[in-house]
Design a protein around this ligand. Structure first.
Ligand SMILES: [Ca+2]
Ligand SMILES: [Ca+2]
Ligand SMILES: [Ca+2]
Length: 303
């Protein structure tokens, strides 16, 4: 082996370890998932027009949900093979709707009410899947009495490939918000950051492999949490690694992803990551594993 080949071999041998050289955490056992069901299961009743398993989102003076159930996309990774044809948004008065063309569906259960450009006005972040090209994210907003399609990223490019948004925050520390998601969480999940500059196209800023925020067939989508873990003023992402048996804290500050900390488990995470405020003990993240156990991870500092 030449010196150069040896150096390369060493580099590749060291890379995975270097990528995960993070502080090992010990979450606190918190009993059984059933004891915490009210925290771990979202219970807001959806409107009658909502799709099966659909949930109501509320925030920014808006309510949003999915309607017009359809089976025209035969993927079925979110509890059943029924997806949505309509996005509905109410500001307490009128209910506005956006109906997709027959070439796509909302492959999603609960729209996210966000401020994607930081201008103080809410947008609605959705998962839109093209029958022939797979999933992407799409932004909508109520403007002048209509529900407008504002922006969209290019779809993954292959049918039956899905993605799961993780949050909207300033993840790289440049003062502007980004949309974070995990692309193809079932087959090799990749964190992707997108920026919306006000145009019709969402542009990817960076990609970082090794994570998963969804189990095939599950209706749990909120398997991630945004929090400034290390107190550097830049929001970090808490989410499972690809095998879902390790909860990781990832910083994307400066556009240079790395893990800050990780919490290994003997079973896979299969609930939402639910932030809770503990009496006299500060904030923590509550989540459950496939064996029914519940765990608390104390969150440093405030949020
Ligand atoms: Ca906005
Ligand atoms: Ca930013
Ligand atoms: Ca941070």
């Amino acid at each position: 082996m030449t010196a150069r080949a040896l150096r390369l071999a060493l580099l590749f041998a060291l890379l995975p370890a270097a990528a995960f050289a993070s502080e090992r955490l010990a979450p606190i056992p918190a009993g059984r998932v059933a004891d915490h069901a009210e925290h771990l299961i979202e219970t807001a009743p959806p409107p009658e027009s909502a799709i099966p398993h659909g949930r109501l989102a509320a925030g920014g003076g808006l309510e949003a949900w999915y309607g017009a159930p359809t089976d025209r996309y035969g993927h079925g990774v979110l509890g059943d093979a029924i997806e949505a044809g309509d996005l509905l948004v109410s500001d307490g008065g009128d209910t506005l709707s956006h109906t997709l063309a027959q070439d796509s569906v909302f492959e999603d259960l609960e729209p996210r009410i966000v401020d994607a450009d930081g201008d103080g006005r809410p947008e609605i972040l959705t998962i839109k899947s093209y029958l022939r090209a797979g999933a992407t994210i799409a932004l909508f907003a109520p403007r002048d009495g209509a529900l407008l399609a504002l922006a969209e990223a290019p779809p993954i490019g292959t049918p039956n490939r899905w993605l799961n948004p993780a949050g909207v925050a300033d993840y790289d520390g440049d003062g502007r918000p980004e949309i974070a998601l995990v692309e193809t969480p079932h087959i090799g999940g990749i964190i992707v950051l997108y920026r919306w500059d006000g145009g019709a196209r969402l542009e990817p800023l960076l990609r970082w492999p090794g994570y998963s925020t969804h189990a095939i067939g599950s209706t749990v989508l909120a398997m991630s949490h945004s929090h400034d873990w290390n107190g550097d003023g830049v929001i970090d992402l808490l989410l499972p690694r690809q095998n879902r048996a390790v909860l990781a804290v990832v910083t994307l500050a400066g556009g240079a992803p790395r893990e800050l900390a990780h919490a290994p488990h003997e079973n896979v995470i299969d609930t939402a990551l639910v932030p809770i405020e503990r009496r006299d003990a500060g904030p923590a993240l509550l989540y459950g594993l496939s064996d029914g156990s519940a765990w608390l991870l104390p969150l440093p500092g405030g949020d």
